[in-house]
Design a protein around this ligand. Sequence first.
Ligand code: PRP
Length: 214
Amino acid sequence: MEEKRYLTFALGKGRLAKKTLDLFEKIGITCEEIKDPDTRKLIFVNEELKLRFFLAKGPDVPTYVEYGAADIGVVGKDTILEEGRNIYEVLDLGFGKCKMCICGPESTRDLLKHHEQIRVATKYPRIAKDYFYNKKHQTVEIIKLNGSIELAPIVGLSEVICDIVETGTTLRENGLTVLEEVCPLSARVVVNQVSMKMENERITKLIRDLKTVI
Ligand code: PRP
């Protein structure tokens, strides 16, 4: 019989990776080494199952998957939308649930309603553009930031923000509120388009198995 090739998984570093590995364990896919917090290794192999895993920065996961450097990726829907890569999104894992929202001080609600030319600070310029330009047909100025987005309306960089809201604590503690909801988010499985054809049997079995435990 032909020797199986390795299937390679790219996992977004952080919270999602831990939950993903817990889920994989439930369907018999284990990788002990990757759980060692002190390791500096970048790639981990399960010889028996012919699987390889690596951790990457979230926004890089769709890139690895589009180019086929990884067959399969696990990443947040926010990152999938923002990166806009040619990949298949095949499964909602149901964890990492949160929402992309337009937020700001209560006083900015009217500016939004009256389609004023406002500034929107965000880590997700593509999502913000799509929402304001294509869905709301509203002209806004988008200001790209890399983190702590809630600061922007507080210090006067922007009127509102387009950002992820999970518990709402960050907003509350900073006097901000959700003004509009853009879309729901959660962790998704993505697959390289060629791998989906060439390794269809192994990948569809994996998806089927995952569906039984989520
Ligand atoms: C995210 C997001 C919000 C916060 C929302 O930031 O950008 O700031 O979490 O969570 P909450 O509703 O439970 O308060 P993250 O912690 O990823 O860091 P960042 O500021 O660097 O984006």
